[in-house]
Design a protein around this ligand. Structure first.
Ligand code: KG4
Ligand code: ZN
Length: 361
């Protein structure tokens, strides 16, 4: 493989201390995205373009993402999204330092489309390829936006993940707790479906909760006050919403009560993780909230209040960079282009599962 790429002229990873310009590609779920980012670790970086095509309309009739529809839609539109990203950034392939693409975790068909396209572009343009862990994209976004230095405490809350991690470096993730059942975004999506709200669920539940009373219904808060680990559980909460929905209820009050329970759980678990982080690291006082659910303003405000009490500094990327995008993938490219541990990305296979703790492929 290495010999083949040598013949085709793929460049070796450069050792560079100048800002790098990277094209990022993201196709792991239902957003087809491409972006061009320029920067150098620890950031902040410059987003030259950030194109996100959301497939929401295609999946809405099914109330959730249909993998086959997603991969076909990525295939149809990715080329033109990449072109748009380069045009908007006023960058040619020749001016790029590298191409970064999500290699997992995610829906395997979509990941294949993005990664294969990136491999072809890297080969064609003679540029290095960086195979990116999507979760690392979310985890490092606060460096792109705010230049947050290592170490920091991270709460990663998305459609498929809910984890509290101590981040000591780009390859040093210490797991303090994770969900033992559903992810928090999944709980938002299922709650929306149960209550008859439109897909995608998170934003609709947040919107309805604005006009509801969070104390209207008493919903469970599983694992609250567990001191040994910062784990989460959301499936009991979802079941309680399902039972509640069989009665004559106010949807706004149900959403507010659900969101209130989620906030109590996230606050309690984060407080435990803060103590674990302090035991692990002698420096660092930043708390980073990342992933799609970090776009929720009520959750952000509640966790910012906790940070004030616990003397942490809150760093939350803007909503557009919390939900899936390719700028975060390009940023991981910036951080990893010179990283010899990242290996030969052209021989990397797409991965449906790829926990953060396992490091590069
Ligand atoms: O990170 P993301 O865009 O995709 C994954 O990698 O999963 O996260 C998507 C999740 C969905 O479950 C969506 O409902 C949730 O983030 N989400 C929200 C909000 N915006 C998106 N959840 C609560 N409130 C929001 N405003
Ligand atoms: Zn995501």
């Amino acid at each position: 493989m290495t010999l083949l790429y040598g013949v085709l002229g793929v460049k070796q990873r450069p050792v560079s201390y100048k800002p790098l310009t990277i094209l990022g590609i993201e196709t792991s779920c239902d957003e087809t995205a491409a972006a061009v980012v320029r920067g150098i670790a620890p950031g902040p970086g410059e987003i030259l373009s950030n194109i996100v095509f959301s497939q929401t309309e295609a999946h809405a009739p099914y109330g959730g993402v249909v993998p086959e529809i997603a991969s076909r839609a990525h295939l149809e539109i990715l080329d033109s999204i990449v072109e748009q990203a380069l045009d908007e950034a006023k960058i040619t392939f020749g001016e790029l330092d590298g191409i970064a693409a999500t290699a997992g975790p995610g829906l395997i068909g979509g990941v294949m489309v993005g990664l294969t396209t990136a491999k072809a572009l890297a080969l064609g343009a003679g540029k290095p390829l960086i195979a990116v862990n999507h979760l690392m994209g979310h985890a490092l976004t606060a460096r792109l936006t705010h230049g947050v230095a290592f170490p920091y405490l991270l709460l990663l809350v998305s459609g498929g993940h809910c984890q509290l991690l101590g981040v000591g470096g780009a390859h040093d993730f210490r797991l303090y707790g994770s969900t033992i059942d559903d992810a928090v975004g999944e709980a938002f999506d299922k709650t929306a479906k149960i209550l008859g709200l439109p897909y995608p669920g998170g934003p609709s539940v947040e919107q309805a909760a604005r006009n509801g009373n969070p104390r209207a219904y008493d919903l469970p808060r599983p694992l609250l006050n567990r001191r040994d680990r910062a784990d989460f559980s959301f499936s009991g909460l979802k079941t309680a919403v399902r039972q509640l929905a069989q009665q004559d209820i106010s949807v706004n009050d149900a959403c507010a009560s659900f969101q209130g329970a989620v906030i109590d759980i996230l606050r309690d678990r984060t407080q435990i993780a803060m103590a674990m982080f302090r035991r692990d690291f002698s420096t660092g006082n930043a708390f980073v909230l990342a992933g799609g659910v970090a776009a929720n303003q009520a959750i952000g405000a509640a966790l910012a209040k906790l940070c004030k009490e616990e003397e942490f500094i809150t760093r939350i990327p803007p909503p557009r960079l919390c939900t899936d995008n390719a700028a975060m993938i390009a940023w991981v490219g910036v951080e990893q282009l010179t990283d010899t541990a990242a290996g030969d990305a052209l021989s990397v296979s797409p991965r449906a599962r790829w926990p953060l703790a396992t490091g590069p492929i």
